[in-house]
Design a protein around this ligand. Structure first.
Ligand code: FAD
Ligand code: PYC
Length: 416
């Protein structure tokens, strides 16, 4: 189905059970060369690069809800590549470089804004960890620098640097090329460009089963719109990966948690950058619409709820009011949650699986938005060539058996 507002509206209406068959089940082909499960930024981007760089045009992206309605449309859009280990630096830096030219590439303004991401240190441990990251990044040619407390205040004048705070600010790590983008624009930009190359994007189409032949290779997916055949399936369904992989009897090292965020009423610009504090569980930036965008840590319990505990938000707002006293009289406009899937080493899985024809892209936890273009680019390579791109070669499922982990718990920058 081609990408147009009329077709999208038809698909949305087709969810209604009383519509005639031809409306409820708009044209899906009987089979595709590849099927991507999940129309978030990573899934749509994968379809785009499969079509553009690997000449695979007979592809479908299947989405149980609506395009970009998962974490892609629910996140706080922080982009950065200041991770610790070489594997992660390679992956996230690849992504930041693609962000820099993505609007031109897609002819769609994704509003990438490299306004700087500053991570606050409140303890001696924080200082040591962040300085280690600064050095590790600079050795790889990735920008990251250490700021004193006063320099941090100069970079973000609304920051409270009083010494009598609960957790005084002792310094900060700053990645100037880090920043933000517009979440739904990424999804729509990739969707439009993929569709123009012939990719089918099918909403209201939930994958309920994975069929395999006698040798174990995939042969297609059972969906709410019927069976669709394919020899290649890419699962890109953040938060729900374990459920889908279980359909092929693959057990994943993942846990799903709610993660939430909120925005204030819109105000004139007061904040020039992104500020994050893992230690006190809060981060903030200001959107181009003027809202203060505030994020919390994950809930303490696994769940598939897209809301999250209220006590988590109130804890975060306490921290925000202490860090930015100017926010104390602001009102909240709306809050929401998403479901993130988290691996034991807080790094993603981006790989082939033990099942022939089944590929998985998951485990981004609280931090996969920044990775959208880079992840999609190397995942498309992995699916098309049936082997990983050098950039994602280390992000296997097997590392949880061999012990060759990529521990990025400290770089996650959001409380887990
Ligand atoms: P999604 O956008 O979630 O797409 C997956 C899709 O799969 C969904 O649309 C879902 O409906 C679909 N699906 C699920 N099951 C099925 C099925 N059975 N059949 C068909 N479709 C299915 N990351 C950052 O880098 N920076 C941030 O600032 C940041 N902030 C965040 C704040 C919050 C509150 C949250 C929740 C997340 C945040 N993240 C952030 C993480 C980031 O949002 C995700 O890692 C990223 O968006 C994942 O993209 P995706 O395309 O893999 O998943
Ligand atoms: O990974 O930078 C990040 C992030 C910020 C907020 C949520 N995730």
């Amino acid at each position: 189905m081609r990408f147009s507002f009329l077709n999208l509206a038809k698909q949305a209406l087709s969810a209604h059970r009383n519509w005639p068959e031809q409306w409820r089940f708009p044209e899906t082909k009987a089979s595709y060369d590849a099927i991507i499960v999940g129309a978030g930024g990573h899934g749509l981007g994968t379809a785009y690069y499969l079509a553009k760089e690997h000449g695979m045009r007979n592809i479908a992206v299947l989405e149980k809800g609506w395009l970009g309605g998962g974490n892609t449309g629910r996140n706080t859009t922080i982009i950065r590549s200041n991770y610790l280990w070489e594997e992660s630096q390679g992956l996230y830096e690849h992504s930041v470089k693609l962000w820099e030219t993505l609007s031109e590439e897609l002819n769609y303004n994704v509003m990438y804004s490299p306004r700087g991401v500053m991570m606050l240190a409140h303890t001696v441990h924080d200082i040591q960890v962040f300085k280690r990251h600064v050095h590790a990044n600079r050795l790889q040619g990735i920008d990251n620098e250490w700021l004193t407390t006063e320099q941090a205040k100069e970079f973000c004048p609304i920051l409270n640097i009083e010494k009598n705070m609960r957790y005084p600010i002792l310094g900060a790590a700053l990645q100037r090329r880090g920043g933000t983008a517009r979440h739904d624009a990424v999804a729509w930009g990739y969707a439009r460009a993929a569709s123009a190359m012939g990719v089918d994007i099918i909403q209201n189409c939930e994958v309920k089963g994975i069929r395999r032949d006698a040798n174990g290779a995939v042969t297609g997916v059972e969906t709410t719109k019927g069976f669709i055949g394919t020899k290649k399936i890419g699962v890109v369904a953040a938060g729900h990966t374990s459920v889908i992989m279980q359909m092929a009897h693959v057990r994943m090292p993942l846990e799903s948690y709610p993660l939430q965020a909120l925005v204030s009423e819109p105000i004139k610009p007061i904040m020039p950058c992104v500020v994050m504090s893992n230690t006190i569980h809060a981060y903030m930036s200001q959107s181009d619409k003027g809202e203060l965008v505030i994020g919390a840590g994950t809930d303490a319990y696994t769940s598939y709820s897209q809301t999250g505990g209220l006590h988590i938000t109130t804890h975060t707002l306490d921290a925000i009011c202490e860090l930015f006293p100017v926010a104390r009289r602001m009102r909240m406009l709306r809050n929401w949650g998403g479901i993130v899937d988290v691996t034991p080493d807080r790094s993603p899985i981006l790989a082939k699986t033990p099942v022939k024809g089944l590929y998985v892209n998951c485990g981004w936890g609280t931090g996969g938005f920044k990775a959208t273009p880079g992840s999609a680019h190397v995942f498309a390579h992995t699916i098309a060539r049936d082997e990983p791109h050098p950039i994602n070669a280390g992000f296997t499922i097997e590392r949880f058996k061999t012990g060759r982990l990529i521990d990025e718990a400290a770089a996650a920058a959001v409380a887990h």
